[in-house]
Write a protein that binds this ligand. Structure first.
Ligand SMILES: NC(=O)c1ccc[n+]([C@@H]2O[C@H](COP(=O)([O-])OP(=O)(O)OC[C@H]3O[C@@H](n4cnc5c(N)ncnc54)[C@H](OP(=O)(O)O)[C@@H]3O)[C@@H](O)[C@H]2O)c1
Length: 321
């Protein structure tokens, strides 16, 4: 007889007594390569002690848009296993990875997720304090030093509007929430008048929402702003496809997840780039924490393969290169 599946719970948040909450102040990361640009984040000492100096550039066309993902050695970003499909299972809930997530959320004006990511961790709220509660004070200090309000906007992107508005993200009022959706999605969501912290923005498009419309809907403080895209693979695929991602933070975990009958997604789903429209990044940062690598790649608007200079890129279907 098959054993019943484990109960579904949000494994992104360590619970009291959970061994994951123990090592909140992990050993410093080893800085192996650093070609990052931009002003230093004014990190409080407890954060700087682990991460070291942390530079983040200003955006060129608007807010600086960063993605943050964790991947196994074989390119899996979600185990797609009931109760065990968050990014935490990919890194083994590594405390250094959680600290990085916390810093990025603390630096962000808005954290954007797709509806699939919310469905995977339905009780989550995308603030720094939710990933490392013991460092909540330090994250709050960082936001104050950056002149940002206590919490970032949490932005949920959905085409269908199939969201459970009874989830803590929507009902607790802990963070301001913006749902960006199609007109059909907005119709399905109906009235959100009883949820004072939730706003719905309807954008053009029937089956999907363009990354550029998500960014417009967020209305961050322009070039000084930071937008953090925390996935999942479908949503980040749209940002890559429209060349709207400035930088990717990628944590490479020393785990081989494998693939069998279940489909386990990689970093991008729903979009294909190479070979017709290859998308090349530039490595700008490498840090090591134990056997994990913390990588940073920038993505210019006109990416070229490494080692080439002026090769004309093929035109994309929308006419851009
Ligand atoms: N390892 C990591 O770092 C990491 C990071 C993030 C997520 N994940 C994992 O990835 C898995 C989820 O994968 P996923 O690809 O389903 O995630 P996803 O991109 O968050 O969700 C896909 C859903 O989000 C909505 N969506 C995304 N992009 C959209 C767009 N451009 N326009 C309109 N709607 C859009 C759609 O919702 P509707 O169906 O409502 O229309 C779509 O079905 C989860 O297991 C999650 O834990 C892992």
């Amino acid at each position: 007889m098959r054993s019943p599946p484990p109960p579904r719970r949000d494994r992104t948040v360590p619970e009291p007594g959970d061994r994951r909450s123990v090592a909140a102040r992990p050993a410093p990361l080893e800085n192996l390569y650093d070609h990052t640009a931009g002003p230093d984040l004014p990190l409080p000492r407890a954060l700087a002690r682990t991460y070291g100096p942390f530079r983040l550039p200003r955006g060129v066309r608007g807010p600086y848009v960063v993605g943050n993902f964790a991947s196994t050695l074989d390119g899996v970003v979600s185990l797609q296993s009931p109760g065990a499909s968050s990014g935490g299972e990919i890194t083994g809930f590594d405390p250094r990875d959680r600290l990085l997530m916390g810093i990025l959320r603390a630096a962000a004006d808005a954290v954007v997720v797709g509806a699939g990511t919310l469905r995977a961790v339905p009780r989550h709220v995308w603030t720094a304090g939710h990933v490392v509660p013991s460092l909540a004070k330090e994250f709050a200090t960082l936001r104050r030093r950056l002149g940002k309000p206590p919490t970032p906007w949490n932005v949920v992107v959905t085409a269908s509007g199939r969201l459970d508005l009874r989830l803590p993200l929507f009902t607790r009022g802990e963070v301001p929430v913006r749902i960006v959706t199609t007109s059909a999605g907005a119709r399905r969501l109906g009235e959100v008048r009883d949820l004072p912290s939730v706003e719905v923005t309807t954008v053009p498009g029937r089956r999907s929402v363009r990354a550029v419309d998500v960014l417009r809907a967020i209305r961050t403080p322009g070039r000084g702003g930071v937008v953090l895209v925390e996935g999942g693979p479908h949503l980040i695929g749209s940002f890559f496809a429209e060349r709207r991602l400035d930088e990717l933070f990628l944590t490479l975990a020393p785990q081989v997840a494998g693939r069998d009958r279940i489909t386990r997604p990689g970093l991008v789903a729903g979009h294909s780039f190479a070979p017709e429209h290859p998308l090349w990044g530039s490595l700008v940062g490498v840090r090591r924490g134990g056997s994990l690598l913390f990588l940073r790649f920038t993505f210019a608007a006109s990416p070229r393969p490494p080692g080439t200079s002026r090769r004309r890129l093929p035109r994309r279907p929308d006419g851009r290169r």
